[in-house]
Design a protein around this ligand. Sequence first.
Ligand SMILES: Nc1ncnc2c1ncn2[C@@H]1O[C@H](COP(=O)(O)OP(=O)(O)OP(=O)(O)O)[C@@H](O)[C@H]1O
Length: 615
Amino acid sequence: MSVSVSENSARRDIDATKLVVAQTDPSKGSLRRLWPQIRWYRRAMFVAAALSAVGMLCDILLPVLTARIVDGPVAHRQFGAIWRPLPLVAILAAVSTVTSWIRRWMVSGPASRLEVDLRANLFARLQILSVGVHDGMESGQLTSRAITDMSTLRRFFAAVAPSLLSLGATLWIGIGLLFVFSWQIGLVELVIEVPLVILALRFERGYGLASRRAQDKSGDLATIVEESAQGIRVLKAFGRGPWFGARFRRQSRELRTLELAKVRLAATLWTALNVLSASGIAAALAIGGYLLAEHAMSLGALIAGITLTTYLQWPIMGFGFLLAELEHARTAAERYWEVIDTPVEIVDPAEPAARPTELLGELCFDNLRFRFPDAERDLLHRISLRLRPGETVAVVGATGSGKSALLGLVPRLFDVSEGAVRIDDIDVRALRLADLRSMVSVAFEDPVLFSASVRENITLGYPEATESQVRAALEVACADGFVDALPWGLRTRIGEQGLSLSGGQRQRLALARAVLARQRHPGGHVVVLDDPLSALDVTTEKQVQDRLRAALSGATVLLVAHRPSTAAWADRVAVLDGGEIIADGPHEELLDTCPRYRELMGGEITEGATPAPAR
Ligand SMILES: Nc1ncnc2c1ncn2[C@@H]1O[C@H](COP(=O)(O)OP(=O)(O)OP(=O)(O)O)[C@@H](O)[C@H]1O
């Protein structure tokens, strides 16, 4: 795969992500850390909260008007005057309805944009995280973070956060009004707030934990679905569909248990809130009835007090629902930050070296040592190898000897632990990643294709390639024949990971992609090929090799070879054994002089083949 993709946009995204991390303080709560990122959205959120509060206030003022009517025209039997406050009642009802509509309409656009922005941020971060970090991440977890968690955050900022703000305001204004009508009823409602706050705090802790477990589990479930879709051939061939199905059912049942635990917690809270608000209404009725009997309260005030207490039932109950949503959002934000906070190990240097104006393509591995971050010992050590500009060198070694890792050091998929990889005498770590990757084209043994057209897949490293350049690259990879035979030729969309193509066809498209990326830089260029012809039959391999030689003329090529035919094609072969290069020379010469090489090339077995030593 060529890695010189959309360099400018990648650079922009990287910078944007750095900014996000710099602006946030990891010691703060996960939702509070989003505050600087949603600066542009805050106004919409506060306006939405204000509109929501206005709507609720209108609803609260209705009982006040009712009290006026009862204590005024009704008490004084002036029935003709009853109609006078009615337009005001209609206006309050209309304002409540209209503000609710405007709030939804106004906030939906910005909230969706916020979701898109956060998702883009997450994706940009994933793009710059190193291959090693990706190796340790489950694809389903990433999918659920990028899709479900971001939707949860949108819902939170669009509806939950404004409602929480307005609900708090409504509760306090409602209680204040209650005090106006009757301090006794107001006091009852105020006392109810104390257990409410205690309940909310306890619920928050328990529900937050349950919500985190459930969201993680749903990521695990997504991973199983993705793995089963990608590995459907293996599962069918080995008849292991039922086994995978049982795994899926087990995880589903675990998710159900976690979700039920959440429901139980929420149900307990809602029941407690119900009891609290019903107790409030009962107490208000008892106190109000007593005061009315004692002539210490008017009938209008009693009606207003009871209606207000009943109305405040909704904010109290709604509080429970909003708290649950708040916990979902907090968990979603936590999972978002986990990705954003993952350290980026492979980054641009602070002061990058200039890209050589005329690249010669000399590639040098300078006494390097390499160990995977989570590994206990070095995979490669004392590696020194120099490729002259335009030279083709094959790396041959036993399976697992570190050939792919060695190749991955060139475009900085991994970084050396010691020593250096240099191109034209410049340490690859001194170059901007985008510059480096535009100087290096890569094709892997396991070709990755995307669910896009054949053309889009091939031009990944050179989107502006002309039709004739694309055709030339296809011809080099001997892929023109089968591509022409596809229903829509180059425009044919291939399935996810190119699964509708054979292994050899996919490999040839990946090779065409690397060849095309090389054409973008006609001068010196470095091409890294990780055994890209392994799935081809011998005749096609020979044909591709002949064409590759012409197409890659002038480029420095480092390739992994397993077969003698591929090794013989190179100018020189480096034999990797026990983490070191034990021999280096032309294929024929090494066959004569290096027993280990003979063995690797399928000759006689020699004694003392060395595994990578412990370091
Ligand atoms: N991200 C990683 N973290 C730790 N170890 C890894 C990682 N990736 C690969 N390895 C290990 O490093 C060793 C070398 O892997 P590498 O893919 O470079 O071998 P290779 O020589 O290319 O093998 P093959 O010929 O089978 O493709 C293997 O033992 C592998 O398990």
